[in-house]
Every structure is written in structure tokens, then in C-alpha cells.
Design a protein around this ligand. Sequence first.
Ligand SMILES: [Mg+2]
Length: 246
Amino acid sequence: MDLAKLAEAIAKKIAKKVKQENFKKFGEYVGMGADGTETAYIDKVAEDVAIRMIGEKANMLSEEAGFIDNGKEYTLVIDPIDGTKNAINGIPFYGVSIAIGKERLSDVEYGIVVNIPTGDVYKARKDGGAYLNGRKIKVEDKPVYCLSLGKSGNEKTWGMAKQGTVRAMGAAAVEMCLVASGAASLYFMPRDVLRVTDLAASTLIVREAGGFVYDAHGSSLDMPLNLEKRSGVIAASNPNIVGELI
Ligand SMILES: [Mg+2]
């Protein structure tokens, strides 16, 4: 089985499994993750699907389990649930994100993000374009912005919030996919809080859709495939907006 097919099978299985569960249980804490935050029941259920399905076919880097080294060339970089807080609260905007890479974000070859409540599937292969439900997608310039406005916002996001149609959805990977599909032209998280597991698939999807992905300081985003580094992100249809945000 090729790894892209495996990644897609895992993402779809997680989406199906999570939909079968009662969301009232999602928020129960079931232990401590490798990233040092508490693991919610929903994260555990989703991650266990990935661990079981990967077996020893690849290495795995995931939010709760950390790095599982099976001595393979490729690593599946997984955020089993992107937008855990939404899932826990019953807000239907969260997803699963899986990328395939070797050492760094810049060598990621494949990415898939599934919006679990809607079932929308965003996919990209390096140099192969980006797709939503099998249809090719492209970024669009329009005054619709996904911004981080809560505790992780800052003056720049609050400033941007006055300039257009604004959404703050709380699931970075899925929001970045909205930029890729042309639903929004910007996703902006100004603080260094995101791990490579959150960003690996969606960064490729945005770039393959013709968009641009930077860290919050305006450098082209790149990160090693480990849980140590955290970053902000600007995902945009157009590089011209970046100057305003850094
Ligand atoms: Mg997560």
C-alpha cells in the first residue's frame, strides 16, 4: 500500500470513528501528551486509529504519542484532531491532518486534511496541485480573513478584524485549507503556538493551491518534523498582505 493511500485511509477512518462517538465524552482527560498538554478522550480515540493502522509501515509523529521511530525513510506527521476545543464544545469545525515527509516541513510530499463534520477532503501532492473533494482548487484574493482573535490574537489581528469579513474558527489546519480553496484569503495566527503536526499538511495544500505560507515574522515557513518548535503562521493568497501583519 502506498503511504499516501494509507494516510487517506487513516484520515477517513478517524473522521468516521469520531462521528460515531458522543461528543459529550470528547473532553474527558485521559492522560498527558508528548507535547506536555493533557490529552482529551477525542484526541486519544483518533490517535489510536492512526497508531494501529500505521503499524510499522512508516515512522509517526503525532501530538500525543510524540515520535514513533520504526526505522523507516518516511514519517506520517499527524494531528489526530485539529480544533479539539471545537469538538469538545460541540462546535462543528474541526479536522484531522496527516502529512508525509522526511526531515522538515519543506520536504513534505503529501498532505490531507479532512473537515470531520462536513466530510470535505483537502489533498495535495508536491508539484501536483491541491484538491477539494477531487476538484482542483486555487487561492483567491478577497477581503475574507480567518484570524486568531482570542488569547492568541494580538494588535495586528485585532487591527485586521476591522478591515473585512472576519472569521475566527479555532482549527488552524482546516482554516488554512479555507485559504487554499479560495473561501478566505488569509489565515493569521500571530503567536508561536502551532506545532508542525498542526501545519504540515495544510502548508503543502496552501502552497500547491498557489498560496504563500510564512511564520509570524514574515519568513517562508519551515520547521523540523518534531514537536519542539512552535510557530505562528500567515497563510495568504497573496504575498503583499504580509507586510501589514509582521
Ligand atoms: Mg490536535
